[in-house]
Design a protein around this ligand. Structure first.
Ligand code: SF4
Length: 349
């Protein structure tokens, strides 16, 4: 069974409070780099980098080489966890909007991640459970070019055999590591998820401040497939009223087919407290007609309603059949199967 059958990205992000890295701090964090626009990269020393299923309440292990993400997607659920992590590491952030934005401005770099992984990874304990890299922040975000933490983690996995590994990224930087990924795919089960919400570059830029353009991500997917790797599209989140129309989703499926994707999975938007602080102002500015509907729909819950998720699943499965992808289990396209009902004001368009 593909590991993504058990991977519910939104829930990963929702439960990230339980995924906080064990840091050897609090102590002054070393400033490792700084961008002109003010983004700071701060080195931290972790005591643990593998998040256990028991602590995340997910069915897989996870590793996040960085805390915070420079891509700065307005809808990113991991904003809700960044404040807690940084506070535990000694505290840097402000409050309210500042705290939400700190997610993309104060990036913690787990400088010793590979060493800690080699010291703590026990294959017998992991068993057949998948280890997913990049469940909460992008492992190939721009800082990876300089810091190479993700590559060092992949390199550490060369010393093992027979694990099930997954990677989630929006970045074509992943092809830098093609040699390593191909080597790992011979030793382990390896599955790469290229995250893409829309094929429209203008819309992507309105939603994702600094993410790679969709065409670059699709080229990366093609390269991964040409190299014989198992790789596909992760459409997460599907954003109600913005990216969920059938033609928009069909363009993603067509692109996935052209790239010879192994799979395509979709998951609807969730709105946690810190995410609201960035996403709702974005809606007010860019999509004002949707604001009142979102406020109603997400008033009492972080997740889309059961009715919305059911309708989305039906649409996605229709598209799978049309574009020649195998049908998927319900949880493939659902961030949380046990969510309580929410009001149905936000209909699939
Ligand atoms: S790339 Fe992923 S982790 Fe980074 S901001 Fe966007 S959604 Fe969040």
């Amino acid at each position: 069974m593909p590991f993504l059958h058990r991977l519910r990205l939104g829930q990963v992000q929702l439960t990230m409070g339980a995924q906080l890295p064990l840091l050897e701090q609090p102590a002054p964090m070393r400033l490792a780099d700084e961008r002109l626009r003010g983004t700071r990269f701060l080195e931290v020393h972790s005591r643990s980098v593998l998040n256990a299923p028991a602590s995340t309440h997910m069915e897989f292990w996870s590793i996040n080489p960085y805390v915070g993400c420079e891509f700065g997607c307005s809808y990113c659920y991991a904003r809700d966890t960044h404040r807690w992590t940084v506070e535990r590491a000694g505290g840097l952030e402000g409050s309210g909007d500042d705290a939400a934005l700190a997610f993309e401005r104060n990036i913690l770099v787990k400088q010793n991640a590979a060493r800690v992984l080699e010291r703590t990874l026990d294959p017998a304990r992991i068993g057949s459970v998948t280890i997913v890299i990049g469940t909460a922040t992008d492992p190939y975000q721009p800082g990876e070019r300089k810091f190479g933490i993700t590559r060092s983690i992949l390199d550490a996995f060369r010393r093992y055999r027979g694990l099930s590994l997954g990677i989630i990224t929006k970045s074509p930087l992943i092809v830098r590591d093609l040699d390593l990924l191909m080597e790992l795919s011979l030793q382990h089960r390896l599955r790469v998820n290229i995250s893409l919400a829309t094929t429209d570059p203008t819309l992507a830029r309105r939603l994702e401040a600094r993410s790679p353009v969709p065409s670059a991500r699709l080229r990366a997917l093609t390269r991964l497939r040409e190299a014989g790797l198992e790789a596909g599209l992760l459409v997460a989140p599907v954003i109600p009223g913005i990216t969920d129309r059938r033609p928009s989703l069909a363009r993603l499926f067509a692109a996935a087919r052209r790239a010879d994707a192994s799979f395509i999975t979709c998951s609807p938007l969730r709105l946690g407290p810190a995410t609201r602080a960035t996403f709702l102002p974005k809606l007010e500015k860019e999509f004002p007609r949707l604001v009142s509907r979102y406020r109603l729909h997400y008033a009492r819950h972080d997740h889309a309603s059961q009715a919305y998720r059911d309708a989305l699943r039906t649409r996605v499965n229709d598209l799978r059949a049309r574009y020649g992808f195998p049908p998927a289990a319900a949880q493939d396209d659902d961030a949380e199967t046990a969510a309580p009902p929410a009001p149905p004001q936000l209909n699939l368009l």
